[in-house]
Ligand binder design. Sequence first.
Ligand SMILES: NC(=O)c1ccc[n+]([C@@H]2O[C@H](COP(=O)([O-])OP(=O)(O)OC[C@H]3O[C@@H](n4cnc5c(N)ncnc54)[C@H](O)[C@@H]3O)[C@@H](O)[C@H]2O)c1
Length: 251
Amino acid sequence: MSLADRVVIVTGGAQGIGYAICEAAVARGASVVVADRASADTAAGKLAAGGGQALGVTADVSVESDVDAMVAATLDRFGRIDALVNNAGVYSTLELKPFEQLSLADWRRVLDVNVIGIFLCCRAVLPAFESQGGGRIVNVASGVAFKGNPNMLHYVASKGAVVSMTRSLATELGPRGVLVNSVAPGLTLSEGLLANPALAGGVKDFAVRTRAIKRDMYPTDLVGAVLFFIADDAAFITGQTLVVDGGAYYH
Ligand SMILES: NC(=O)c1ccc[n+]([C@@H]2O[C@H](COP(=O)([O-])OP(=O)(O)OC[C@H]3O[C@@H](n4cnc5c(N)ncnc54)[C@H](O)[C@@H]3O)[C@@H](O)[C@H]2O)c1
C-alpha cells in the first residue's frame, strides 16, 4: 500500500494511535502533518529525523480558527491534501462514572472534540479535496459504539456519532469524489491509556479475555486498516466502519 506523494493530516498525531498512524504513513512514502494540541512539533521532528516528510501543527480540533490554520499550514508546506485522519479524541483522560454523575461540562468536553472536532476538520479540508477532484477521510471511532460499554455514556454517544457521521458524510461526499470510512479499535494500549491506570486497570484484562485473539492491542495493530482506507486499494469503499479489536465484536 504505497502512499508515495500523498499528503495526510493526522489529528491527535503526537502520541498513541495517532503517532503510530503517522509513522506508518511516513514509512509508506506519505508526507504527514502531525496536528495536535500538544507536542506536535516534537513528534514531527522525530518523524523528520527518521527521514520522513513531516510538519507539526499545534491545533485544537474543537477550535475553528486552529483547524483553519492547520489546513492553511498544510497547503502552504505541501500544496495539497489527500487524506484526513480524524484521530484526536478525548478518551484516555476520562474518569469512569455512572451516567447520572456526568455533568454537562463532561458531556460538552467530549462532544466538542470527538464530534464537533470531526465536523470542523472535514469542513476545512473539503475545498482542497474538491479542487483536487477528491480525497479520503478516515475517522477513528471505537468498539464501544457497538458494545454499549457502561460508565462512559458521553464517550459512547460520541463514538456512535462518529459511525453515523461517517455514513452520512460518505453519502454526501461520494458524488464529489471524497470517500469516508471509520475504524473502530478495541481497547488499545496507547500512551494516553497507559497514563491513566484507573481507566486501563479496570478494563485491560477483561478486554483480552473477551477477544478471539488473546493478547493486548497496541496502536500499531490499527495502522494497516487506516492506511488501507487511504490507499488506492480502497477506491470503491465508503461509509464503512472496520472493527479492529482482535475479534471481540463482529460487525
Ligand atoms: N486507546 C484506546 O483504547 C482507544 C480505543 C478506541 C478508540 N480510541 C480512540 O483513538 C483515538 C486516539 O486515542 P489514544 O488512545 O491514542 O489517545 P492518546 O491520549 O494516547 O492520544 C491522543 C492524542 O490526541 C491529542 N488530542 C486530544 N484532544 C485534542 C484536541 N482537542 N485537538 C487536538 N489534539 C488533541 C492528544 O494531545 C494526544 O496526542 C481517540 O479518538 C480515541 O477515542 C482509543
